[in-house]
Design a protein around this ligand. Sequence first.
Ligand SMILES: Cc1ncc(COP(=O)(O)O)c(C=O)c1O
Length: 411
Amino acid sequence: MASTRFSYLTGLRSSTSGDSYDPSTPQNLSAEGTTLFAQYDLDGVRDAVTPDVIARRAPDLWRYHELLPVQDPDRVHGFGEGMTPLIDLPALGKKLGIPRLKLKDESPLPTGTFKARGAAVGVARAAELGLRRLAMPTNGNAGAAWATYCARYGIELAAIMPVDAPAITRSEARFAGADVSLIDGLISDAGRAVGSLVARGEHFDVSTLKEPYRVEGKKTMGLEIAEQLGWRVPDVILYPTGGGVGLIGICKALRELQRLGWIPSDKMPRLVSVQASGCDPIVRAFEAGAENVEPLADTKTLAFGVNVPTPVLGAPSVLDAVRQTGGTAVRVSDEDAVASLRTIAEEEGLLPCPEGATTIAAAAELRRTGWIAEDDEVVLLNTGAGNKYPDVVGVTLPLLDREGAPTGIRM
Ligand SMILES: Cc1ncc(COP(=O)(O)O)c(C=O)c1O
């Protein structure tokens, strides 16, 4: 049984009309203005490769190349991204009353967040399709990741980010050669500015869910979780949701694995969309039984990556995934997120990003209400490294003089 093709991509399909689009040319949205999703010849994949073959491949996300869109193996110039650890959390799990608690820790990825997955695949595919100049709005982490991969592939990137986005992400993107602008507003304002830039005709728009391949990279989180659990799924996955790409990707991955027969077809994890109290459009839509979000204004949270007030492209698929899997959507205050960050650091020695920490607070609350049962196996997504948020994880310490005598305190 030998793999005959690197990718089994067959086409792109509109998430609303079901119409097909040609994957051999660059594509943005469908005629109805909705996301195009990659389709694969899963019968071909099943004939070409087995989980045993995958187990022998290098520990990075390209081990799933049959289920990724890049056609030519010579196109892949990554940094070994992927196969992040799935870590048992015995002490935190005991404290929360969830003994089978685990953390999928994305902080070891290049640029310190899960955004590297979308960038690794999205930029490689953009290069393969001959694109030379990309543009995106970003809450910071995606801009850092896409700039890094664009540098690697010799592609130009214009990134527009809110002035309040984590400062380190500006430097990461700028040092990697991106053309970075700050906007005095939110990512929705940055999105409009990118729209004007793209309209001038020199850049290809790689905004969240406006091109089909970023979500394919993020899909690998779901593939890895299934493989790391021995080709099965947990009972619950909690995901910090902004635009929704990661949650949509995880759901897509697990559905593809079910159709391949690599995981049981009768069980999906209950998917939980976690948002911040200061920016909760998806939670509001879930509670209202709505199919899309009502745009919000002036949203605010220190979990900056999930400060997405108008996730209109992703929300319908997120809400669908949550509802179809019997999941739920919950909001978490910044205070509870920071308290959870401290708790996991004390109990387990891990320093997640504040977005990731929201999933801990959400799991605690869902356990309190009984929505999560004691014997549920629960996976939290930590989407990035706490180190990237020095303002959130800053501490005050005693300052000693050279003889070791206390002289004051220092932030
Ligand atoms: C650290 C972090 N977590 C979560 C998210 C939300 O991502 P998604 O678009 O997959 O919902 C972001 C987006 O910027 C982020 O930077």
